[in-house]
Design a protein around this ligand. Structure first.
Ligand code: NCD
Length: 305
C-alpha cells in the first residue's frame, strides 16, 4: 500500500506516468467515468480549504466513486480529544482512501503509519502540500511543455508557504532549474531549504523587489502571506501588501512567462491581471482535478486491474 506524504514519494519517471494519465483523463473523461464505482474517498480536513477538498471530491465523483468526510476539526471527534491515529483506524473501516489536511506538521504521516488505506497529505501546517505541487507540475508541463531548463521566481511568503516548500523540493530534481526567491527579509525561504539547494549545487538568488527580476523569469509563482501562521497581527498587516502584481509590473515580464498561484488570492495579484493570457492560475485549479483523479486511480492500484 502506498501513501503520498511528500512530492518526492514518486520518482520523476512515476510522475511522468502520473501526468500522462492526468492528461489522458482530461481528454477522455468518459473512459474513466466508472473506474471507481463502489469506492469511497474520505476527506478529513482539520483546517480550512476550498480548492483542495472540493477538487479531491470532484476528482472522486468524476471517477464514479463516492465521498464522505468533515471539513473542520470542530465537527469531528478531534474536538473530543481523539487522536489522528485513532481517527484514521476508524476511517479505514468506512473508506478506501483518505485525503487529510491538518494544522500540525507531520499529522498525516502519523495517520499513514496507522492506516489500512492509502493516506494523502492534503497540507500539513507550514510543511508540505504535495498535491498542490503535483497540480503545479502538471500545469507547467502541460503549458510550457517541460519541467527542466526553467527560471522560476517564487514570490511572497516563502517562509510559511507550504506550497512553496513542496514545489522547490520537486523542481530541484530536474535539470537546469534556477530559482529566484522574491520576498521581504522576514519571509525568506527557511535555511533548511537553501541548505538542501546548496548541497545539490542548485542555483538560487534571493531578491526583495519583484521589478528587479521579473524580466528574467519563465514562471512566476505568486503566493499569499499566510496570516494564520503569523505570531502577531501587526507583522501580518505590515507585510500583507508587500507585493501586488499589476499591469505595470507585468509589462516588464517576458511575453510567454506564466503566472501561477495556488490560490486563494488576497491582494497579491491585482484582478486586472486575470485577463492576461499569461495568468494561468484558474487553469491551474482545473489541472488540480485531473491530477487528483490520476493520483486516486494510481494509489488505489487501478492501473493493474
Ligand atoms: C494553499 C494552502 O492551503 O497551502 N491553498 C491551496 O491548497 N490551494 C495556499 C494558501 O493557502 O495560500
Amino acid at each position: 500500500m502506498r501513501h503520498l506524504m511528500s512530492p518526492l514519494d514518486f520518482t520523476t519517471e512515476e510522475l511522468d506516468r502520473l501526468f500522462d494519465l492526468a492528461n489522458d483523463m482530461e481528454r477522455h473523461m468518459d473512459k474513466y467515468a466508472h473506474v471507481c464505482d463502489g469506492k469511497k474517498l474520505a476527506t478529513c480536513f482539520y483546517e480550512p480549504s476550498t480548492r483542495t477538498r472540493l477538487s479531491f471530491e470532484a476528482a472522486m465523483l468524476n471517477l464514479g466513486g463516492k465521498v464522505l468526510g468533515f471539513s473542520d476539526a470542530g465537527s469531528s471527534s478531534a474536538s473530543k480529544g481523539e487522536s489522528v491515529a485513532d481517527t484514521i483506524r476508524v476511517i479505514s473501516c468506512y473508506a478506501d482512501i483518505c485525503a487529510m489536511r491538518h494544522p500540525k506538521e507531520g499529522a498525516p504521516m502519523v495517520a499513514a503509519s496507522r492506516s489500512n488505506i492509502p493516506v494523502i497529505n492534503a497540507g500539513d501546517g507550514g510543511h508540505q502540500h504535495p498535491t498542490q505541487t503535483l497540480t503545479d507540475l502538471l500545469t507547467i508541463r502541460s503549458l510550457k511543455g517541460r519541467l527542466d531548463n526553467l527560471t522560476i521566481g517564487l514570490c511572497g511568503d516563502l517562509k510559511f508557504g507550504r506550497t512553496v516548500h513542496s514545489l522547490i523540493h520537486a523542481l530541484s530534481r530536474y535539470e537546469n532549474i534556477r530559482f529566484l526567491f522574491i520576498s521581504p527579509e522576514e519571509l525568506r525561504v527557511p535555511d533548511y531549504m537553501t541548505d538542501m539547494l546548496k548541497e545539490k549545487g542548485i542555483g538560487y538568488t534571493e531578491v526583495i523587489r519583484l521589478e528587479d527580476c521579473i524580466g528574467d523569469l519563465d514562471l512566476l509563482y505568486m503566493t499569499r502571506v499566510q496570516r494564520e501562521r503569523f505570531f502577531n497581527e501587526e507583522d501580518y498587516v505590515r507585510l500583507k501588501d508587500f507585493y501586488i502584481l499589476d499591469k505595470d509590473k507585468l509589462a516588464l515580464a517576458q511575453k510567454d512567462m506564466l503566472i501561477l498561484h495556488p490560490l486563494p488570492r488576497v491582494n497579491e495579484i491585482s484582478v486586472e491581471v486575470d485577463d492576461d493570457p499569461r495568468a494561468v492560475y484558474f487553469k491551474q485549479a482545473q489541472y488540480g482535478v485531473y491530477v487528483r483523479m490520476a493520483l486516486i486511480y494510481t494509489l488505489l492500484g487501478l492501473e493493474n486491474s
